[in-house]
Design a protein around this ligand. Structure first.
Ligand SMILES: Cc1cc2nc3c(=O)[nH]c(=O)nc-3n(C[C@H](O)[C@H](O)[C@H](O)COP(=O)(O)OP(=O)(O)OC[C@H]3O[C@@H](n4cnc5c(N)ncnc54)[C@H](O)[C@@H]3O)c2cc1C
Length: 200
């Protein structure tokens, strides 16, 4: 099984008679339930300030802090300034995450609720290094941002690394990228990592 689903409680349910370590690691991954679980795709520019910065035309995102805690923030991704495909629309193309502002229902395209992983110091310093001890056990491999660092790039690398461990070739030529791939692979798997080798 190759698991990259980012919900380790679900992965645990899929395993037939998990070992103590599988049960411990997979059930220790925590998810936010209170904040950061709601995203709205919309075209309501009233969530952005109407000031001299002109965020709607110039910025890739806007963050509005609303409370005392550091994670009390609403963030709006201004997609038409970030992505060429979003420039084709004659309306603002916005994604507001953790919304506190009123968003006009008429301008909402979609709402999504999700669980976001708690990628805190405990997760990175304690759980991530433990994953290597369950990798490949009983033909199960784990990949995804929760097995390394929370970013799109490293999540992708973890998938490549799992494929490499199963026997796939590393598919890219760039020597710098290969160097980073081997570095992350060692972080994930230790000495058991099958390094990518190349001519360049
Ligand atoms: C709002 C937001 C903004 C972000 N911005 C950035 C950014 O700017 N740059 C950056 O690098 N990172 C960013 N991140 C983090 C980044 O998106 C994640 O680290 C990355 O997407 C994790 O990739 P993943 O493959 O591990 O998990 P996911 O992308 O979550 O993929 C897991 C997949 O598994 C599927 N799945 C779940 N359960 C099951 C099941 N039971 N069966 C089958 N499939 C299932 C899900 O539908 C999903 O498609 C952001 C995250 C959020 C939430």
């Amino acid at each position: 099984m190759l698991d990259g689903i980012y919900k380790e409680n679900q992965t645990l349910m899929m395993l037939d008679e998990p070992t103590f370590l599988e049960r411990y690691i997979l059930s220790s991954v925590r998810y936010e339930s209170e904040l950061h679980n709601h995203t709205v795709v919309h075209s309501d520019a009233s969530v952005l300030p109407d000031d001299e910065v002109k965020a709607l035309e110039t910025r890739s995102n806007h963050i509005a802090q609303y409370g005392a805690r550091p994670d009390n923030y609403e963030i709006t991704y201004i997609m038409h300034n970030q992505q060429p495909w979003a420039k084709r629309s004659d309306k603002p193309c916005l994604v507001t995450y953790n919304p506190i502002s009123e968003i006009d229902d008429e301008k909402v395209i979609e709402r999504r609720w999700f669980q976001h992983i708690v990628h805190d110091v405990r997760h990175v310093a304690w759980l991530v290094p433990l994953f290597r001890f369950i990798q490949g056990k009983r033909r199960s491999w784990h990949c995804g941002a929760h097995t390394l660092i929370n970013s799109q790039e490293t999540a992708f690398v973890t998938g490549l690394a799992a494929a490499r461990q199963i026997g796939a070739d590393y598919p890219f030529e760039d020597p710098e990228a290969r160097k980073m791939f081997n570095y992350y692979g060692r972080v994930m798997y230790g000495w058991r990592f099958r390094k990518a080798r190349g001519s360049a």
